[in-house]
Design a protein around this ligand. Structure first.
Ligand code: ZN
Length: 327
């Protein structure tokens, strides 16, 4: 992500509100970005953080050291706090560690910005600890909270933040903005990312930054195409290539389901599509797509039970070809 730009905020009201909050170098102490999962709240929070810390004139300028570090996720004064992977809840210890850190002066900027992701995952204890910080925030601190719904936060927290609502961009808007967020990718890659993420900006950006995700998606597309239009032997060849790496195989299987979901959308005339999908969608019935999904889910459950990958993949291959022939 090189250039962080205001274009991210599709919601006009959110854009105006954040613009006003940050006008003339003003810095709010606590903002809540509220919106559905993966609508771009974190991307937006990072943009706001970059704007607050920017040392240029037209903020965020995108070219000062601070903006560059922010874009590379390496700014020491932008700190992301979130629930640890695998944990049920956002623990109170994490909030206390953040509080201790908040009292230490910024490393190199005038402010320290804490991005508190998915604050709604905090239990009451953690929220109370957060409240204590928000009640008397150190002057040099800014807290940007994200949450799927304000109703899951304590009213006392809500009274201390300015809430800005965000919504999902359409897949078309997503496609338009991706080249600015993650430059130097092919149009094909942007299209794939917009397709797989179905309007989730955050997911699309992650995909473009992670080559393996695009690779998995591209394999998944190939599998569906081959299952519909080519021979069982060709399909088996594609599957055999997945045998060695079980994690990657699971990733590809999950993407096959997404590709199938996309095909269903295409059959209904979705706008962000390409010729290949339209051709493919014409050759398969909606019922067959649903059967394919069932087969893939069956394969996923076997693969998770550690059944040998070659056994899973060869039977899935036969089942898919069978389903493709019976209409
Ligand atoms: Zn800057």
């Amino acid at each position: 992500m090189q250039q962080i730009s205001e274009i991210l905020l599709f919601n006009d009201n959110a854009k105006k509100m954040l613009g006003a909050l940050l006008a003339n170098g003003r810095v709010p102490h606590a903002v809540l970005l509220e919106g559905p999962e993966k609508c771009g709240k974190t991307v937006c929070a990072k943009q706001v953080a970059a704007r607050i810390l920017c040392e240029g004139e037209n903020r965020p300028c995108g070219s000062c050291i601070s903006c560059k570090k922010a874009a590379q996720n390496s700014h020491p004064d932008i700190i992301t706090v979130e629930k640890e992977a695998g944990k049920q809840q956002f623990s109170v210890e994490l909030v206390r560690t953040m509080r201790d850190d908040a009292y230490i002066m910024p490393n190199e900027s005038r402010y320290k910005v804490f991005i508190v992701r998915n604050a709604h995952e905090m239990n009451a204890n953690a929220q109370n600890a957060l409240l204590k910080i928000l009640e008397e925030p150190p002057q040099h601190c800014v807290f940007i909270l994200t949450a799927v719904s304000r109703t899951r936060l304590l009213p006392t927290i809500m009274s201390r933040v300015v809430t800005v609502g965000l919504s999902h961009p359409s897949p078309q808007e997503c496609l338009e903005v991706l080249p600015q967020l993650v430059p130097n990718k092919s149009q094909d890659d942007y299209l794939r990312a917009a397709q797989i993420s179905a309007g989730s900006l955050e997911m699309a950006v992650q995909m473009l930054e992670d080559g393996q995700r695009l690779e998995a998606w591209s394999r998944a597309q190939e599998i569906v195409e081959t299952a519909v239009m080519k021979s069982e032997y060709e399909l088996l060849t594609l599957f055999t290539a997945l045998e060695k790496d079980r994690e990657f195989m699971l990733e590809v299987l999950a993407d096959v389901k997404q590709v199938l979901a996309w095909l269903l959308l295409c059959k209904k005339g979705c706008s962000v599509s390409d010729k290949k999908y339209a051709e493919l969608a014409a050759k398969i019935t909606a019922l067959q797509v649903v059967k394919f999904v069932d087969i893939i889910e069956w394969a996923q459950s076997l693969a998770r039970q550690n059944v040998s990958a070659s056994v899973v993949l060869s039977s899935v291959c036969a089942k898919l070809k069978n389903a493709a022939q019976i209409s």
